[in-house]
Ligand binder design. Structure first.
Ligand code: ZN
Length: 377
């Protein structure tokens, strides 16, 4: 018995030691200023920088606002970036709420926050850039390439190379909602640490897409996690709250914010999904879902129907896989083949607790006080 106790103790000590050495490794000296564009941000300073990028054909100048808070003490350089897809706006609100925190007075390391990087798409309510390219397929980019490629290159050279960690904020595409969850490549153990510390019920462990910011960061060995929650062109309160909380959890984990003394750290143990699949419309018609985000479904189960709007026929939508719904179509008018339910699967389905658990775990984000309507004045 004693031997087992000692072994457990030894394992725990080794784990704490490894965590400490990791955190020391990612510490950046703040005795030198952070330089972005032509602006220097010295330790203890907070600045909003307007990073100039190519203007549009009306000759209107365009710039990207970048918040930088440089702490007085050494620590990681964490980038929170939103709006790589210009119509995914939850991240703007997540960053706005995050930056109101008074805790950053005692920040260790540096926080860089970009509420909207694809400012062109934001203006035109579009996911894409004016050249119809997807910025998240254009990394690492090049100085002489397309508009998307130039923007990607500017982000890489001005910001990313100066960071030790990145959190990339996204939502579902237009007419599609995502359950708040984290996506990351867990093969990188440092990425895994921050993915887990975000403390949401589900992590989708998948490889990065070619040309994505995730892939560019993988190549530089900079841990990046992607946060998904909500729908394009809409604010979703649950996703905004879960995003703010998750970022704070990561900052506590990285010792950028003081260790919590009063409140207990989040007790959520994320379930790691190894693959995900869309169940598509078997026919065209009007879509009625029978399952919501976060619900568990079984392969072969009927999870919705498609009806003929001018008749009485109904067609069942059968789930192609077992798992938890992390994405769902919101528009009733669908054509055959349209993506309806995005379901994440787990290697060992028995490790999934009863279906309601994911929603219960997310419950506190909704029942909390409405801090969103408070103003700073
Ligand atoms: Zn996106």
């Amino acid at each position: 018995m004693k031997i087992i106790q000692n072994l457990v103790k030894q394992k725990l000590e080794e784990k704490v030691k490894a965590e400490k050495s990791y955190k020391l490794n990612v510490m950046v000296k703040t005795s030198v200023p952070v330089i972005i564009g032509d602006t220097k941000i010295f330790p203890g300073e907070k600045k909003l920088i307007e990073l100039s990028i190519s203007g549009i054909y009306t000759q209107s100048p365009i710039s990207i606002p970048v918040h930088v808070i440089n702490g007085k003490k050494d620590g990681p350089v964490l980038l929170i970036i939103a709006g790589i897809h210009g119509d995914e706006i939850n991240g703007i609100e997540i960053i706005r709420r995050l930056l109101r925190s008074s805790k950053f007075k005692n920040l260790n390391g540096t926080l860089i926050a970009i509420p909207i990087i694809n400012i062109y798409g934001f203006i035109s309510l579009s996911r894409y850039l004016p050249d119809r390219r997807d910025l998240n397929r254009s990394f690492p980019g090049s100085e002489k390439g397309s508009l998307a490629s130039r923007l990607a290159n500017m982000l890489m050279s001005e910001i990313i190379v100066k960071c030790t960690h990145v959190i990339d904020l996204h939502t579902g595409a237009i007419h599609r909602s995502n359950l708040p969850h984290v996506r990351a490549n867990l093969e990188n153990k440092n990425t895994k640490k921050i993915a887990k510390s975000f403390s949401l019920p589900i992590i989708l462990d998948n490889k990065s897409i070619d040309g994505s910011l995730r892939q560019a960061c993988d190549e530089l060995n900079i841990p990046l996690i992607l946060y998904e929650g909500g729908e394009a062109l809409r604010f979703d309160e649950l996703s905004i709250r879960a995003g703010v909380k998750g970022i704070r959890n990561v900052m506590h984990y990285l010792d950028m914010l003081p260790t919590r003394t009063t409140k207990k750290a989040s007790s959520i143990l994320p379930k790691i999904g190894k693959s995900s699949k869309w169940t598509r419309a078997p026919t065209s018609g009007i879509f009625h879902p029978m399952k919501q985000l976060g619900e568990q479904v079984e392969k072969g189960e009927s999870i919705g129907i498609i009806v003929n709007p001018f008749g009485t026929e109904e067609t069942s939508i059968i789930s192609l896989t077992s798992g938890i719904i992390i994405g769902r179509n919101n528009i009733p008018m669908v054509n055959e083949g349209d993506a309806l339910f995005h379901i994440v699967s787990f290697k060992d389905t028995s490790s999934i607790s009863p279906k309601i658990e994911v929603l219960e775990e997310l419950g506190p984000y909704i029942s909390g006080p409405l801090f969103d309507i408070q103003t700073t004045k």
